[in-house]
Write a protein of this length. Structure first.
Length: 180
């Protein structure tokens, strides 16, 4: 340890302020699936939130979609499994057909009036690569960050269960066969 650090640690100066770091609990789930559709076809389908109620377990409502395709800065909302918990999403990155990142910050799973929910942030990343001819690898990563002193409800752990993401990918494949 450098000597100057030891001195500062032992001798608090009157102007020195002690700051407490925010401690977050972080849960990340990622899953990838190979598809035979082009990256553009897959990207266009999964980045349209109106398709989520057909494919994502626990998504039963999507609203406030103004125009498609969504552009960076756009917001929309999604209702969770019970239909009463709302997530307000914000599009952060859109690079067709490579990357799409969106997040929800603040009161996660609030009611329709904006009350309740849980403090935190959810970030979802869709990543598309082409590891071989006629193969699109779709990777979905969801990260939930919440203060450690505010435990996540059990329902959040069901959301990040890898089996749900795999069911989501299977439903995407099913839906894409009906439109191809």
């Amino acid at each position: 340890m450098p000597r100057s650090y030891k001195f500062m640690r032992k001798c608090k100066l009157p102007t020195q302020q002690t700051r407490k770091a925010t401690q977050l609990g972080i849960v990340t789930t990622s899953s990838e699936t190979a598809f035979s559709q082009s990256p553009e076809t897959l990207y266009d389908f999964v980045t349209n939130p109106a398709n989520w109620t057909k494919t994502y377990p626990g998504s039963n409502y999507v609203g406030k979609l103004d125009a498609l395709p969504l552009a960076v800065g756009d917001t929309w909302e999604e209702g969770g499994p019970d239909g009463d918990r709302i997530f307000t999403w914000h599009l952060a990155i859109a690079v067709r057909p490579k990357l799409w990142v969106f997040n929800s910050v603040g009161r996660l799973g609030h009611d329709r009036e904006g009350n309740g929910g849980m403090d935190g942030r959810i970030t979802v990343q869709y990543h598309f690569t082409t590891p071989g001819e006629d193969i699109t690898l779709f990777t979905r990563t969801m990260t939930i960050e919440a203060p450690k002193d505010a435990p996540m409800p059990d329902g959040f752990f069901r959301i990040v269960n890898p089996a749900n993401i795999d069911r989501y990918h299977a439903a995407i494949a099913r839906e894409l066969t009906t439109i191809s």
